[in-house]
Each structure stands twice: as structure tokens, then as C-alpha cells.
Design a protein around this ligand. Sequence first.
Ligand SMILES: *[C@@H]1O[C@H](CO)[C@@H](O)[C@H](O)[C@H]1NC(C)=O
Ligand SMILES: *[C@@H]1O[C@H](CO)[C@@H](O)[C@H](O)[C@H]1NC(C)=O
Length: 361
Amino acid sequence: MESPSTLGLILLLLGSLVCQAQARAFFVFGDSLVDNGNNDYLLTTARADNYPYGIDYPTRRPTGRFSNGYNIPDLISQAIGSPSTLPYLSPQLRGQNLLVGANFASAGIGILNDTGIQFLNIIRITQQLEYFRQYQARVSALIGEEEARRLVNGALILITLGGNDFVNNYYLVPMSARSRQFPLPDYVVYIISEYRKILARLYELGARRVLVTGTGPLGCVPAELAMRSRNGECSVELQRAAGLFNPQLVQIINSLNAEIGSEVFIAVNTQMMHMDFVSNPQAYGFVTSKVACCGQGPYNGIGLCTPASNLCPNRDLYAFWDPFHPSERANRLIVQQILTGTQEYMHPMNLSTILAMDSRT
Ligand SMILES: *[C@@H]1O[C@H](CO)[C@@H](O)[C@H](O)[C@H]1NC(C)=O
Ligand SMILES: *[C@@H]1O[C@H](CO)[C@@H](O)[C@H](O)[C@H]1NC(C)=O
């Protein structure tokens, strides 16, 4: 027979568990690196809906994620104690599920509207932000305007943009329209100025903690090695693009934070997070960072990952799952740095610090 005080303690513990279950909401914007399956609901060729995508996901089935298993948003959701965010277009995203957050990302998109035009029907960033506004109206109807605002203000947000503005725009074809319009440094200044507007709009919409990833080492992905490399060295041109883009992104983040007077935007140095295992894969337990697990041709870097592609038996040994996207294991290394990285990786602070700070306020 429990004494009343033990019972009280149990109730208290249960109460705190219930409170914890209502973890902060999480919203995701961007491209295929963070798409949880929106494109499966669209008429587009930019989709991951075939075997062997998802081969290591708990269901062992494709989910629309460009990964063999979990992607970066999934692992962040796990870190904050939430279920994965549902794609905004999923019919399951209704009722209480809305309170977990939502994933608005869409493979193929970029900062610019003309990025990824070959994929036809994808959710461009302006539309993702419009859906975020729509989402807020739906949540307001559910829990009231004030609570909805609190949920959005208290949420964690992730945005991943920019890579496609190079690989699926400026460098998509030789003599692309954008490359005839701008020398590379001017193009970067232009897309960064557009990105600044997107981030400012997110703030207007209530975002208060936003992880902003830079681009990874674009020139080192298996697709670029296959197209542009002679001896397996990273493509100089795409590395130059990433090298121009990332520092300027940090500058606009600093300038926005200064303007707002608060550390709303956090720069995630994905370039450095990738370079650690790209330059020394063995140190991280990978057999290679040059060859994709799933693909065909040199470095398995040509075309898409399909049921007919080469497929490695152990995905954990490969840094790249397909010609463009990291494996789940590489995603785990990246999210570990997001959580606990030093200021070189996470500026001005890592996610553990954010979670600790925000739980006190
Ligand atoms: C992209 O398209 C949206 C919607 O049509 C428009 O509001 C926005 O200004 C466009 N962005 C650029 C950079 O042209
Ligand atoms: C997270 O960032 C804080 C502040 O920069 C730092 O003190 C801490 O060591 C980092 N966390 C870990 C686990 O490294």
C-alpha cells in the first residue's frame, strides 16, 4: 500500500512527464537536405519515393526523405524529445499533431525562384513561408491566438537553403542564364541579399530561434566528383562558391541579430562539420567520403539513386548516401556538432546551450 506522500510524488512525476511531453514546437524550411516528404505529394521529379531510400528507416520503406534512414530534422526532433515533424502536405498533419510543428521543406528549391525550375512543381521558399502563415491560422483556431503565438515564439526553427542555387541553377548547365548575368562573387552577393529578406520575413512571422545552415562542401559531393573531378579532388569552382557564400551568410546573421537586439539566428557551419569527415573519413569510421553508397558511374555519382543502382551493403560505412546527400550516420555526426559544437561550428552558440537557456525563461 502506497503512503499518500509516495502517491503525491508519483503524481508529481507524472505531471512533469506530461509537461515534458509538450516539447517545444519545431519548424523546418528548405530543400532536400531537410525535406521529410512534402514532394511525395507533388507532381515533381525531385522525390525520394523509391527503394532503396528509407532502407534503414524504422519502417524500411521510402518516406520522401533523401536519406537511407533519418535526416537532420529527425535527429534534431529526437534531441528535443519530439516525434519527427510531419510534412506540411501530409493529411495526418491536423489536430494535436499540429502542435508538434511542421516541415515545409521541398527538395529542389533554393533562395531564388528560378532555382530548380527543371523540377516543375516544388514548394518555393516564398510559398513555404506562406504555408507557415496558414499553419499559424490553423493552430490559432485550435488553441487560440495567444497560445498559438506562444507556440511559434517558443519554437525551434531550422532553415537550409543555398546549395541548389549553385548546383541546380548557376552551375546546372554551362553558360546558364544566371552565370551569364553575374560573375560568381556578384551572384553570391545577390542571393545573400535575397536570403536576408527571407530570414527577416521568418522573424516577422514569429520565429525567435532559427538554426541557419550554411552550404556543405558542394564541390566534394560524389555528383560533383563524377562530373568535374579528374583525380578525386573536390571541384575548385563549387568549393569557391561555398567559400564565398558561407562567410557572407554569417555576416547577415550577425547583422540581423544586431538589428533585432537578440540572438534569434544561429549560424550552423555545415561546411566545417562535413569537412571533418570528408577530409578524414577513416577517423569517423567511414571507408570513403568520395563514393556514394547508392548510385552509378564514377563515385556512384551519376544520376539518381534508384532500385537499379549499385547499393552498398553497410550504409554506416559511407559518408554519402546518394550523389548529393549524407548518410544517416553522417547526419548523426552533423547533429552532434549542432548540439554540442564549439563556437567555430555553432555561432553564437550550440543547440544544447539554447535548450538550456530557453528552458530557464
Ligand atoms: C519569388 O516569387 C514570389 C511569389 O511569386 C515573389 O513574391 C518574390 O518576390 C519572388 N522572389 C524574387 C527574388 O524574385
Ligand atoms: C556548447 O556551447 C557552449 C557555449 O559556447 C560551450 O561552453 C559548451 O562547451 C558547448 N557544449 C559542449 C558540450 O561542448
